[in-house]
Design a protein around this ligand. Structure first.
Ligand SMILES: Nc1ncnc2c1ncn2[C@@H]1O[C@H](COP(=O)(O)OP(=O)(O)O)[C@@H](O)[C@H]1O
Ligand SMILES: [Mg+2]
Length: 522
């Protein structure tokens, strides 16, 4: 989007610059055309006054011939009059004969000629006595000591047609204004002759770009002052063209931006698909890792379990040997059926106990998916401490204390996974304490949302560097065969899957505390 806006502004600036150059060229060439037109009209009129056949003052008959010649040169000529030094028309040919009664002595153009400031005048457009916009070209001579002036009026429409007939004129507005900023030649769509315009070009430079004052409108225009008369030619880009041009550009920009947008969305979809895939892969790995960790902790447990099964087996062996001996006639001993039955009962009981142990092991090994159920956390912890670790704790010098403060310890969770976490942490605590006497404290607290379980030990603790790494898979400080480094990384994964979190505090030489927080409603 930013790129689109940037390109759009750049393109606009470039387009505006080239547009300005284009308008400048039009202004320059059309101003020249207009100057040339006025010069030619001036020459047409000078040719008449310099004609040696002209009577002084001119007669109507002469002027009649003359106006025909002028109108052949340009259709803009309307009438022609001859004036003497008093400013009175002495002869007139044209559609306004009533004007011959007027005195022009006080008119600006006449005064300029009479006072000899110039021998020609081209006026601004004015309404004059006749009330129609027109302008005047007048020339004067002094012939045989007599002042004489010839004056022709011209219609501006023809001139306007003349300067606005070039190719490409439809895409621009062309007008002329006088030095007071009043319209001279102007198309009806833009304004009315002699009415104030929005354009007030500077006198210097003669050709330039200017801005319409914000009060009267907006936009830039190009102007060029004429040489023959104090008019400035104004060229401005026509609105319709501007709108066309920009709406077209805008459509193109929107299409381009949409295409880019669709491509980006496509890329995002493909990428997101890949991300989901890799998350699934990661999750699968995590489950496999969990399985591996379980097998590893089974390895660790195996020793204790072997011991627990060995005892009943030894007892069974002894009982069976005893019965066997009793039955042997060479010893001459006899056994009552009651005695045999009692021995068989104790064998049966020992077998049942062994089966109980193996069943607990099996229950733990079986892979289970997350199965949520309402579980009592205290019962789950007790099962780990008694059934799985009972023997190991018994033969160690470790005291396990409970501080079960939570009154409503029923939470919605996966009991089996939860027990794995507790088992891993308690096993680590026991390892940290080792052969020496020590304490493990398990406490629970809860509120409406969270249940918190703290497991502290008085073991060897950890350095800060060690703390940073304990949740990484395969990080272990234990001897080969004693640790896999999987216990905590798997526990972390489980606690996260149960939407809880796990935290450690530890100090080398003093002990470690693991804190697990679980949501009450998973
Ligand atoms: N209670 C604890 N006290 C001291 N160190 C611990 C404790 N719990 C874990 N650790 C450290 O974290 C490491 C990683 O533990 P774990 O992931 O369970 O793997 P493992 O027990 O197989 O080494 C352990 O090797 C040990 O250095
Ligand atoms: Mg461990």
């Amino acid at each position: 989007m930013i790129l689109t806006i940037y390109l759009y502004t750049q393109y606009r600036a470039m387009e505006e610059e080239s547009q300005r150059l284009h308008l400048r060229a039009i202004a320059e060439s059309q101003a020249n055309t207009l100057d040339l037109f006025l010069s030619e009209r001036l020459i047409n009129l000078s040719n008449i006054i310099d004609d040696p056949r002209m009577p002084v003052p001119a007669t109507e008959g002469f002027l009649n011939d003359a106006i025909n010649k002028l109108q052949m040169a340009s259709a803009a000529f309307v009438d022609l009059g001859c004036f003497d030094a008093s400013g009175k028309p002495v002869a007139y040919i044209g559609p306004f004969p009533s004007l011959t009664k007027q005195s022009y002595a006080s008119e600006n153009w006449f005064a300029t000629l009479k006072e000899g400031r110039s021998n020609f005048v081209i006026t601004d457009i004015y309404l004059g006595f006749r009330g129609i916009p027109h302008f005047t070209i007048a020339v004067s001579r002094v012939i045989n000591n007599r002042f004489i002036a010839l004056r022709a009026t011209l219609t501006p429409e023809k001139m306007y047609d003349f300067i606005s007939s070039f190719e490409g004129a439809k895409q621009v507005h062309i007008a002329t204004v006088n030095k007071e900023g009043f319209y001279q030649l102007v198309p009806p769509s833009l304004g009315t002759p002699l009415k104030p315009s929005a354009f007030m070009p500077l006198k210097n430079p003669r050709l330039g770009v200017s801005r319409i004052s914000p009060k009267t409108g907006a936009g830039t225009y190009v102007y060029s002052w004429l040489n023959k008369v104090d008019w400035a030619l104004i060229v401005q880009e026509a609105r319709s063209r501007e709108v066309d041009f920009f709406s077209d550009l805008r459509t193109r920009m929107v299409i381009a931006a949409t295409i880019v947008f669709i491509i980006l969305i496509g890329i995002i979809f493909v990428r997101a698909g890949k991300a989901v895939e890799s998350t699934i892969k990661f999750e699968r790995n995590r489950l496999q890792l969990g399985q591996a960790a379980k097998l590893a902790s089974i390895g660790e447990l195996a020793a204790g379990i072997a011991h627990e099964i060995n005892n009943p087996l030894a007892a069974i062996g002894a009982e069976a040997g005893l019965v066997n001996d009793m039955m042997n006639p060479k010893y001459g001993e006899t056994m009552t059926p009651e005695e045999i039955s009692s021995h068989m009962d104790s064998i049966q009981e020992l077998v049942l106990r062994s089966r109980d142990i193996t069943q607990k092991l099996l229950k733990f090994v079986r892979k289970t998916d997350v199965k949520l159920a309402v579980e009592n956390v205290h019962d789950l912890i007790e099962e780990v401490l008694n059934d799985i670790l009972g023997h190991e704790i018994e033969i160690s010098k470790i005291q396990v204390e409970r501080n079960y403060e939570c009154k409503a310890a029923e939470i919605l969770t996966d009991g089996h996974q939860f027990q794995q976490v507790i088992l891993n942490i308690v096993k680590n605590a026991m390892d940290a304490i080792g052969e020496a006497p020590g304490d493990i404290n398990i406490s629970t607290r809860c509120d409406n949302n969270k249940l918190e379980i703290k497991i502290s030990d008085t073991g060897k603790g950890m350095s800060p560097e060690q703390l940073d790494k304990i949740f990484m898979p395969f990080f272990t400080t234990k001897e080969v065969g004693m640790g896999t480094g999987l216990g905590l990384s798997v526990s972390y994964g489980i606690v996260k899957a149960l939407k809880g979190d796990i935290e450690v505090q530890s100090e080398a030489g003093r002990g470690t505390t693991f804190t697990i927080r679980l949501p009450v409603r998973a």
